[in-house]
Write a protein that binds this ligand. Structure first.
Ligand code: C2E
Ligand code: MG
Ligand code: MG
Ligand code: MG
Length: 288
């Protein structure tokens, strides 16, 4: 009967909810342990300057390889870490680890880390960053902090103070995933941003949709007019890159076309490869 079916469904529903609940509880417990024992890792993805074709920065992205459940994406474990009050410990670890790695990279290549809305509330971000720079010996201008519009708006009372403190230390502040949040343009002026990272959803269609390209072109122009370094995220194809170069004022690109996020030991090789000086014959030809 209809009544019986309804009962059956609701029972399945509860069972699924129980599974989800227990799964999430387990992830929370295990995540706490993973952060405590330092068993998360970082992957690094290069940002390439379009003029020099060199790696200028690498973004540090947290990775969790769970011993039984395999790789858990940050879109799952970052919100969990926020929920259980673990994010400040996680961010502190990312900061230490990313600055330590970066200090081993050749040249002036910088590192970018992502922070969450909750990190603003701790009120000691400025101090944590100062300590990480001291311990790693990394100059402040090689560290970049990425923050989303949503985080800035959620924590607008404290975000300004924290970001000003970081900027005063000489650290670059990037507005991440630009265009996907509330896009309250007034924040572009009120906060000390130095970089605008245009979300990959603006890039994905530019080869097939002229309106998408016009939108991207104008978002990039807005950023340049405000004296920000403009980055396109999620560049996956040569065609997208060619269009970006020909039609926009975007300065840096990040995406699978250049490299996926790589383990620490592979990123050193990638930087060395990309940033190697040109072979002598290329120099000769340029002068001849
Ligand atoms: P995000 O900061 O915007 O990082 C870029 C994301 O885009 C990364 O996903 C990267 O792997 C992905 N990506 C890069 N190039 C391409 C491309 O060409 N195509 C496509 N489809 N994707 C591309 P990932 O590593 O899964 O991270 C997702 C998000 O999780 C990050 O987005 C960031 O918001 C958050 N996250 C990652 N690590 C951390 C962390 O240590 N702390 C905090 N608070 N958040 C983090
Ligand atoms: Mg980011
Ligand atoms: Mg991003
Ligand atoms: Mg993004």
């Amino acid at each position: 009967t209809a009544k019986g079916d309804g009962k059956g469904r609701s029972q399945i529903f509860h069972t699924q909810m129980d599974i989800d609940y227990h799964y999430r509880q387990r992830l929370k417990t295990d995540l706490r342990e993973a952060v405590r024992t330092g068993s998360l890792t970082l992957a690094f993805q290069p940002l390439i300057d379009l003029e020099t074709r060199r790696v200028v920065t690498c973004e540090a992205l947290a990775r969790w390889d769970h011993p039984d459940l395999g790789s858990i994406p940050p879109s799952t474990f970052i919100p969990l870490a926020e929920e259980i009050g673990l994010i400040s410990d996680l961010t502190a670890w990312v900061l230490e680890s990313a600055t330590a790695q970066c200090s081993l990279w050749p040249g002036d290549v910088g590192v970018a880390i992502n922070i969450s809305a909750r990190d603003f509330r701790g009120a000691n971000m400025g101090w944590l960053v100062e300590q990480a720079l001291l311990r790693s010996g990394l100059p402040a201008h090689r560290l970049e902090i990425e923050v989303t519009e949503t985080a800035v708006i959620e924590e607008h009372d404290v975000a300004l103070g924290v970001l000003r403190n970081l900027a005063a230390q000489g650290i670059s502040i990037a507005l991440d995933d630009f265009g996907t949040g509330y896009s309250s343009l007034s924040y572009l002026n009120a906060l000390p941003f130095t970089k605008l990272k245009i979300d990959r959803s603006f890039v994905v269609d530019i080869g097939t949709n002229p309106r998408a390209l016009r939108l991207l072109t104008n978002v990039a122009r807005l950023g340049r007019d405000l004296n920000l370094t403009v980055v396109a995220e999620g560049v996956e194809t040569q065609e997208q890159l060619n269009i970006l170069v020909a039609h926009t004022r975007i300065q840096q690109v990040q995406g699978f076309l250049f490299s996926r996020p790589l383990p620490a030991h592979d990123i050193v090789e990638l930087i060395a490869h990309f940033n190697a000086p040109p072979p002598p014959e290329a120099i000769t030809r340029r002068h001849g």
